[in-house]
Design a protein around this ligand. Structure first.
Ligand code: TYC
Length: 104
């Protein structure tokens, strides 16, 4: 009986710990290419990552110079949805812009 109580206590503590663990977070990154217009990338960052024009321009220029840049950090399902929305928008506009996610 004492063993059962101990086990119950261990189980409850484990469940409580898992319940408060923060979700894994994912960075959403844009990758540079030679064809997508700068203005299109700025508009994408403003629309999908809620940045003002100045911040979006800085992020775009960082991607242009360094090859990639972070637009935001989100839980997995939100990051994944943003990647899909950006890729769909870019393809419909005929641009090869690449957007990826990686665990933060
Ligand atoms: N390199 C592109 C150009 O010179 C601009 C660009 C920036 C493209 C960021 C993609 O994620 C990107 N038109």
């Amino acid at each position: 009986m004492a063993t059962n109580e101990e086990n119950d206590t261990v189980l409850v503590r484990k469940e409580q710990k898992e319940a408060v663990k923060p979700p894994p977070m994912f960075q959403v990154l844009l990758l540079n290419d030679d064809y997508t217009p700068m203005e299109f990338v700025v508009a994408i960052i403003q629309e999908y990552f809620n940045k003002d024009r100045e911040t979006a321009t800085q992020i775009m220029l960082k991607v242009h110079r360094d090859g990639k840049g972070m637009c935001g950090v989100y839980p997995k399902d939100i990051a994944s949805t943003k990647v899909e929305l950006v890729l769909t928008h870019a393809r419909k506009a005929g641009h090869p812009l690449q957007c990826v996610m990686e665990e933060a």
